[in-house]
Ligand binder design. Structure first.
Ligand code: KG4
Ligand code: ZN
Length: 340
């Protein structure tokens, strides 16, 4: 089979987004995501509800992905799916569906590691993004993950730093909740931050190993700070929301940049690629751009639709593995704690 007529369907269901995408020769022909609104009222993802919503969404999402790509399921060359890491109930839906469909169509099945996929999303051919050169440092920052990975080849990756508690997206979302903002609060903190003074208030940067992250103390310090101020002035949050958000965002971005600087120092690698939902943040984007001139780094941020959880990133990994003939066995199982 030539690359030209190789169509791979990617399926992602590791957390609360049910997604399907079709890739052909590095180009994404469709990228469909059904985001589950049900979790908003609980202020976070409820695993059992996520699993049920995946069951409802997966067939229509896959249909839509095939329709948008303008291909028939019989034209598919392989099916790539997220095997892990993630929520077991959610992973099971995508895994079982993918296994059945591949078996029914008589085509290969390809298992994908969700964290590798966040990184390899940089290799999707798209106008707004550039592929990093090996070796590079990948920082994945989202509601579920915070890690720095040294990438020497497509599938040669080593985690050199990670969070020891909350993910950075949780730090945004949990702090936002304390400020009375709806879930997920990260984008709203970013919005208010752009109007505020980042030096108005000071929040402590958690101290851990130079390459690791910790965020649970930050939300506690936001909580104590807000409680103390609200006791003095009940309108404190409303009157200072921009400055609070700007100061919080400044602390988080500075902390992420500190860790990247430590990683560059340790490895000597100045090629930086970020991914995950938090890479939408205007503060981190500005800081990375500044680092290009300040420290001589080359930085890469994927198109936003390939940053958040999506199936296009699963499809690109599927394509890379398909070229190598690296297929899953038919008895492959979901793995909630899958390692690289
Ligand atoms: O990658 P993602 O869609 O899902 C996973 O968690 O895997 O990331 C969602 C996270 C949420 O915590 C959300 O608040 C955060 O990304 N986020 C942001 C921004 N946009 C999304 N955080 C800060 N600033 C933003 N602009
Ligand atoms: Zn993710």
């Amino acid at each position: 089979m030539t690359q030209k007529n190789c169509y791979i369907l990617g399926i992602e269901s590791s957390c609360d987004d049910t997604a399907a995408a079709v890739i052909n020769n590095g180009e994404i022909l469709s990228n469909v995501v059904a985001t589950q609104a049900i979790h908003e009222q609980y202020g976070g993802v409820v695993p059992e509800l996520a699993s049920r919503a995946h069951q409802q969404n997966i067939v229509p999402v896959v249909h839509q992905a095939l329709r948008t790509a303008n291909i028939d399921k019989n034209q598919l060359s392989a099916i790539a799916f997220t095997r892990g890491p993630g929520l077991m109930g959610s992973l099971l839906v995508g895994t079982s569906f993918s296994k059945s469909l591949a078996m029914g169509l008589g085509i290969p099945l390809i298992d994908v590691n969700h964290m590798q996929a966040h990184i390899l999303a940089h290799f999707i051919k798209a106008e707004e993004q550039t592929a990093p050169n090996f070796p590079f440092l990948a920082m994945t920052i989202s509601g579920g993950h915070t890690q720095i990975v040294k990438v020497t080849d497509y599938f040669e990756m080593e985690i050199i730093g990670q969070t020891i508690d909350d993910a950075v997206g949780e730090a945004f979302d949990k702090s936002a909740k304390i400020l009375g903002l709806p879930y997920p609060g990260g984008p709203l903190v970013d919005k208010y931050a752009q109007q505020g003074n980042p030096k108005a208030f000071k929040f402590p940067k958690p101290k851990v190993n130079p390459l690791d992250f910790s965020f649970s103390g930050l939300k506690t310090s936001v909580l104590y700070f807000v409680e103390k101020e609200v006791a003095k002035n009940s309108d404190f949050i409303a009157e200072n929301i921009e400055d609070i958000c700007a100061s919080l965002q400044f602390t988080i971005v500075d902390y992420l940049m500190d860790k990247l600087k430590n990683a560059v120092k340790k490895t000597g690698i100045k090629e930086i690629a970020i991914g995950g939902g938090v890479s939408a943040n205007s503060g981190i984007r500005t800081a990375l751009k500044e680092a290009e001139t300040k420290y001589g780094w080359t930085t890469h941020i994927p198109k936003f639709e390939f940053c958040t959880d999506n199936a296009a990133m699963i499809a690109i990994v599927g394509e890379l593995k398909f070229k190598d003939g690296s297929f899953a066995e038919s008895d492959v199982v979901a793995s909630a704690r899958m390692k690289f």
